[in-house]
Each structure stands twice: as structure tokens, then as C-alpha cells.
Ligand binder design. Sequence first.
Ligand SMILES: Nc1ncnc2c1ncn2[C@@H]1O[C@H](COP(=O)(O)OP(=O)(O)O)[C@@H](O)[C@H]1O
Ligand SMILES: [Mg+2]
Length: 336
Amino acid sequence: MSESVVELTNVRVQFDGGRVHAVDTVSLQVGRGEVVALVGESGCGKTTLIRSIIGLEPLAHGSISVLGESVGGRRGLRALRRRVQMIFQDPSGALNPRHSIYEAVAEGLRIHKVKGHEPTLVAEALSNAGLRPPHRYLRRFPHELSGGQRQRVLIAAAMALQPALLLADEPVASLDASIRGEILALMRSFVDLHGVSIIAVTHDLGLAWNIADRVAVMYLGRIVEVGPTEEVLRVPKHPYTQALLSVVPEVEGLPQQILTGETPDPSRIPSGCRFHPRCPLVASGEADRLGFGDRCRGVDLELEPEVGVHRVACHAVTFAAGATPTTNASGTATAG
Ligand SMILES: Nc1ncnc2c1ncn2[C@@H]1O[C@H](COP(=O)(O)OP(=O)(O)O)[C@@H](O)[C@H]1O
Ligand SMILES: [Mg+2]
């Protein structure tokens, strides 16, 4: 009955013989035609998580299925190769410099034996990706295009295969700020046109506004807040999300909060809430004053159970559900 295009259940991915907990118990479902932005600081496990979805990282625990097929199994992986496409941060590195733009798009069509007249399919794909008229691009080579045009070629090559799921790892991070919006709008247009689902990784929360239906915030390998974009970005509940948002220039009304404390290290995940060594609620003594400081330091927690669409893993919030304090937008707790 699952309408999910991709479903992750308690996924863990480890490196260095289990020492590095890059992804540490993540569950996430993405529906058809849904765009989820995966956000968080560098090193929090975003790339590892999406690589695991295409079977590039073995799971230490948990399971992933795409269109109902388990990603672990051989059969699953083969079926997946066409239905899940990935685009990367650096379009130059992903294009063969000696292959023409025609070849760059046609190659995937051949590998996956896509039916149809190849030149027509290539031209359509380029045109749909905004490279118009397509014949102006076919014989050119990657170095003759701008960064934005190269990313459009990669999007064309991916979308020509009619994937059900597009994984985009920082797709605009290497591009000029002035064209980031265009590329995101292009990706979004495929959702409306073809019903593709997208997981877009970004360390920039501001960009999530432009593309995502839902936002999932990762911290040290775990999703600490997830919900509809409007809710997560307008009424962030987790102090970590609040801190990330407070430094986004377009966001007003949040006092700027520079995260202090040690840079997170997935080989040494703190006890209790993994964010507690950097949490302003704990540092200010507010958590202790309100009576949940010991939980922050001692009790590990996952996302709230699926009672609502906007979920968070924060003792302040769960405590507030049973007592009175709630977190407000400034990240300080108030009695409620
Ligand atoms: N192949 C690997 N071997 C060892 N550690 C890795 C490997 N890949 C990633 N890591 C570590 O896992 C953590 C998460 O990395 P990554 O998924 O790339 O984060 P992000 O994409 O959010 O920046 C980092 O601490 C990184 O150093
Ligand atoms: Mg990354």
C-alpha cells in the first residue's frame, strides 16, 4: 500500500570498522512527487545517507527500499540503476571532458536501453533542461559551457532516463549565486511535469525554501527535525535548526546565534542528546532551571513518534509536552 518512492528504516552507516557513525538511525519516507531538502552542517552525514540510497554504502543496520525493492539485494540494485539518478555538486567533475554534450546525454540512454530515436531523445532532454535550441549544444564540449549550463546537461542526462527519484548532492553549491535559483526552479519543474521525487542535499537552509516541500535537518548522523518547509523554517523547534536559521540572511526575527563548542565528530558522539554540548538551552542553564537538563546530558533521543507531520528530537519539546516549558524562536525556553 506504500505510496513512498523511497523508504529508509533505522538506517545506520559506519566507517572505519564501526568507529565512525556517519549515519546513525535514520528513518525517512519520501512520497511520489515530493521534494525533501536534507540540511545540516558539513560532515553530518548527508552525502553518506544519499549514497546509501543508491546502494553505494553498505548498511550496518536497518533497511532501504526504493519503489518497494530492497536496495540491499542484487535484484533491487539492478532495477534501481535507471529509476534512481544522482547529480552532484561539481558538474565539471561528473562530465567527461572529451565527450560532446550529445554523448553525455546519449550514453545513459544506451546503457539503460531506453527505447526511442536517440537524437530526438537527446534533443528533448536538453530542451527540457533549458538548453535551447538544443542543436546549439549537441556538438559542444563541457569546457565550452558555463557551470550552470554544465549542471543543466547533467540534469538533462539524468531526467532523460525518467527516474522516479532524483538525488541531488549540493546541486548548486559550486554555481554562481545568481543562477542557483534557476537551477533549483528547473529541478522543481520536473516534479510538476513528471512527478519525480527529489532528495536535495544542501548545507544552506535558505535554498531549501526555493525547492522543498519538506525539510529534514541532520545533526551528527541523525535527523533531529523534520516537517513541512513552511513549518520547519518559520517555526523551528530544535535549537540546532534555530541556530542554522539565525545565520540565513533572508530570515528575519531570529537573534543571530553562532554555534560554539566542539565541531561535531561522528567517531565521538556525545552521550544524551548529541547536540547538548553545543545547545544554548543547556549552556545558559535554562534546561536545568526548567528541570530537563539531566535528560539532555544523559538520555539519547530520536524523533518524536509520528503524531504530527512536524517532528523534532529535543528534550525541551518532549518535556514541554508533559510539563509547561516550550522553546520559542530565540532558542531560549520560556514557561508556558
Ligand atoms: N569513506 C569514508 N571513510 C571514513 N569516513 C567517512 C567516509 N565517508 C564519510 N566519512 C565521514 O562520515 C561523516 C559524514 O560525511 P558526509 O556524509 O560526507 O557528510 P556531509 O555530506 O553531510 O558533509 C564525516 O565525518 C566523514 O568524514
Ligand atoms: Mg556532502
